[in-house]
Design a protein around this ligand. Structure first.
Ligand code: HEC
Length: 198
């Protein structure tokens, strides 16, 4: 078997049925890249898993805080510096109920096209009876409106996309005001609905 001069030093002792093996070294640049990935891996592990580096959620919070500061959108805080949580409630203030009805019947939001002009239900469930699919607390009803049910055709209205929290508060107050009104042609209850009184 012919062995080239410059391969003599590289030739290993192995001989597999006449097939010989050369001990070719990895290119230096490749080797350094490999060492670099090991060092990077150790550094990454140490920083993020042992030294408490920020995870994705913390990074998100930090970016949101930075954006809020930059655009002057700091959340309102109470005296102790805690952000003020919006408190969902069914208001009895007639002006807010009227505003809620206007939003419900308005052509921007079209609640009535799916839930009926009197809340009797059509595509969407009846909103006047004591049967609810997603709960009947002020918080749950507000969340139904804010998040919507996109896979069932109801878009998300909240978080300022269409309605502000104050407007959602008015709509849920309107919904509370039509409880038990027994409108004509009520939609049959959804089998998933359970009894719940506002
Ligand atoms: C395109 C039709 C459509 C529109 C428009 C729509 N909804 Fe709905 N809504 C639905 C459907 C369908 C459901 C039931 C979701 C499910 O089956 O889980 C629903 C569920 C709800 C629920 C929860 C009911 C329960 O039993 O838990 C509330 C509250 C509600 N809608 C209020 C509103 C309000 C207020 C508006 C307007 C701002 C609105 N919806 C606009 C279709 C609609």
């Amino acid at each position: 078997m012919k062995v080239f001069d410059d391969e003599k030093d590289l030739l290993l002792d192995h001989d597999y049925d006449g097939i010989k093996e050369l001990d070719n070294h990895m290119p230096v640049w490749w080797l350094w890249l490999f060492y670099f990935t090991i060092a990077f891996g150790i550094g990454y592990l140490a920083y993020y898993y042992m030294l408490g580096g920020p995870d994705q959620h913390e990074l998100y919070e930090m970016e949101v805080a930075a954006a809020q500061e930059r655009y002057g959108l700091e959340p309102e805080v109470d005296e102790s510096g805690e952000p003020i949580q919006f408190e969902w409630a069914y208001l009895e203030d007639q002006a807010r109920i009227d505003e809620g009805r206007e939003i419900y019947m308005g052509n921007n939001n079209l609640c009535y096209t799916c839930h009926g002009a009197n809340g009797e239900g059509l595509v969407g469930p009846n909103l006047t009876d004591n049967l609810w699919i997603h709960g009947c607390s002020a918080e749950e009803v507000a969340s139904s409106i804010i998040e919507g049910y996109p896979d069932r055709g109801m878009i998300a209205y909240g978080s300022g996309a269409r309605l502000t929290d104050e407007q959602v508060q008015s709509v849920i107050s309107y919904i509370a005001s039509i409880q038990g009104t027994e409108p004509a042609n009520p939609k049959a209850p959804d089998p998933r609905a359970t009894e719940c009184s506002l």
